[in-house]
Design a binder for this molecule. Structure first.
Ligand code: MEV
Length: 316
């Protein structure tokens, strides 16, 4: 039997970085997926195959010795085989509809899809149990994760989230049209998070005042989302970008991409850790083509819709 699970890419509408220090974030999952297929084998190893390469590790080895790219998968496979006292080996295949390392949550989506797929070989876990495995797996490569990315990959839709575990899926959330554009600059989330920690430690008062402003902005954004007020939402995105610039996670490329869509979209900002990765711009049917056109000549970009499903699992 093969067990298949898929999880969506995510974008952070508001609150990246500030969430690590106790703030709220507003995230959504989008209609691009990572799929993980796993099966038990008679071999004595765990085989992993993805667009990032191939790997076979002995079942008895430690996931800690595995290359960072595959470490969360090795962790989930080893822990699950151990938990069920299984003598089997495992084959895992990963395929993705979106690029990795650009702020779209590929690592979290992969952890969630792998936790769903691999646990599905032995029975059915709840979404909460799968989320816990996925966050533990992500911590093998990014110890300080807020857990926000894995959470939205599991539940889908637009979520209000805080690190203490508060999760609220927005009911009747608008069906946003977003344009995602890739700067082509790869980044490391854990490095950017460390940069922000240095900023906070060096300028505690400025950071604390920005946290307060961000918290107020998020309350306004939640209100604008409930009212489907795209004009207000876009302005708040642009304002959030200014806060992100102040803490040093934007760069010239991201700023110039945001300027390119300034006139055409309702608003734009970087999404995720920053220092590279992607920007998002808010649009609707009236200006979608114009926003895409403003970016398409220089950058890989696509329009995205909210995914309301989150984690999906099936056996085949
Ligand atoms: C990364 O997608 C979002 C950050 O806020 C880190 C985190 O929440 O773990 C930068």
């Amino acid at each position: 039997m093969k067990s298949v699970a898929s999880a969506p890419a995510k974008i952070i509408l508001f609150g990246e970085h500030f969430i690590v220090y106790g703030g709220k974030a507003v995230l959504c999952s989008i209609d691009k997926r990572i799929t993980v297929e796993s099966e038990l084998t008679t071999a004595n190893n765990i085989e992993i195959e993805s667009s990032l390469g191939r790997l076979a590790i002995p079942k008895s080895g430690s996931y800690k010795d595995t290359d960072l790219v595959f470490r969360p998968l090795a962790y989930i496979a080893q822990k699950t085989l151990e938990k069920f006292n299984s003598e089997s080996g495992m084959r895992i295949r990963v395929s993705s509809e979106f690029p990795s390392g650009v702020g779209l949550g590929s690592s979290s989506a992969c952890c969630v899809a792998a936790a769903g797929s691999i646990s599905g070989l032995f029975g059915k876990l709840t979404k909460e149990e799968i989320l816990k495995i996925a966050i533990d797996a992500e911590r093998t490569i990014f110890e300080n994760t807020s857990g926000a990315d894995c959470t939205v990959c599991v539940y889908g839709g637009i979520l209000e989230y805080s690190k203490d575990g508060h999760i609220r899926k927005l009911e009747n959330a608008p069906n946003l049209e977003l344009v995602v554009a890739n700067s082509g600059i790869a980044h490391s989330t854990s490095k950017v998070v460390s940069m922000v920690r240095q900023f906070k430690d060096g300028k505690p008062e400025i950071f604390s005042s920005l946290c307060t402003k961000e918290a107020n902005l998020i309350e306004d954004a939640l209100d604008a989302l409930q009212k489907n007020d795209l004009g207000k939402l876009g302005k708040l995105m642009t304002q959030n970008q200014e806060f992100l610039e102040k803490i040093g996670v934007s760069n010239d490329t991201l700023s110039s991409m945001i300027s390119l869509v300034g006139g055409a979209s309702y608003g734009a900002k970087l999404t995720g850790a920053g220092d590279g990765g992607c920007i998002i711009a808010l649009a609707d049917k009236s200006n979608l083509e114009k926003v895409l056109g403003a970016l398409a000549e220089k950058y890989e970009c696509f329009s995205a819709k909210i995914d309301t499903v989150g984690l999906e699992q099936r056996a085949s």
